[in-house]
Write a protein that binds this ligand. Sequence first.
Ligand SMILES: [Cu+2]
Length: 152
Amino acid sequence: MTPGPSIRRAREARRIRPGLLILLVLISACRGGDTGEALPGTVELAVTPTPPITGPALVVVEIHDDAGDPVTGAEVEVEGTMDHAGMVPVREVARDEGDGRYRIQSFEFTMGGDWILRAHITLPDGTAGIHETRVRVASGGAADPSNGSTQR
Ligand SMILES: [Cu+2]
């Protein structure tokens, strides 16, 4: 499935607010995957920079309940892996920043390509689920000067 229409929408949104761009891209990516059906409310996972490049990235998971209120006190761990043999998954525990936000300051994308990010979430009431998002990581370095641009 190609994310064409959502990227067009995201480009329009960028004029309004950069933060919104990140959310639109990743929320739409989530709809195609396995999105933690057991979890009530909404989970959003944002990666900065967008698109991510190899190396450390900021990952923020936002959790809201069915009423739209932020959920604090959850346990969140993000696992990143790829679809090929020999891949060593990356796992990081996110820090609860309050207001429903959980932050991993330095999530290491160890190689370029298509990554699957799974946020393993345990809510304060013990409900657990997984929120899955796919992201394409560009290879970093001087050889790819177009990193950070969505114009290809
Ligand atoms: Cu890999």
